[in-house]
Design a binder for this molecule. Sequence first.
Ligand code: ADP
Length: 165
Amino acid sequence: MTRTAVYPGSFDPVTNGHLDIIIRAAGMFDRLIIGVLVNSSKKPVFSTEERVELLEKAIPKIPGCQIEVMSFEGLLADFVTLVGATTIVKGLRAVSDFEYEFQMALANRKINHRLDTIFLMTSERYMYLSSSIVREIGKYGGDISDFIPKAVKDDVIKKLWKGNK
Ligand code: ADP
């Protein structure tokens, strides 16, 4: 049996915090689908195509796990079912993430009772890290090299800096 999970998010842009969750989840599943949310309520700075491309560039090959990046619109529960998964992976940074994620996990199970959400605790060094922090610092030309994967550093810096001109 192939164990498939979906890791959904905005990834606007991908950070080292995301990559850490991806690498850890890849150790638990045979197939991991990174689901890039198209119509997030926040208007993304990076287009859907750019967010997918950055993820593809940033994710290393991990033996034993097939990782795919896909974008999706609409209900997460539908997307998870479409790709043949029953597990959703989420990262938790702080207690403040918990209430919302708890509600979403229950709502998704209400929609499809076979769906389970598993939570991976952030690695301590990425606790404070979010895409919005990266966007904010990058916009003003601050050093974001510790926050985002090396492979996409130049692309992200260029776009954020240009966006501020
Ligand atoms: P954000 O814009 O806040 O970075 P995303 O929607 O892109 O959020 O996040 C996708 C998923 O990754 C969510 O489950 C989120 O909790 C998780 N995540 C984001 N950053 C981190 C981090 N630094 N450590 C652990 N999990 C994280």
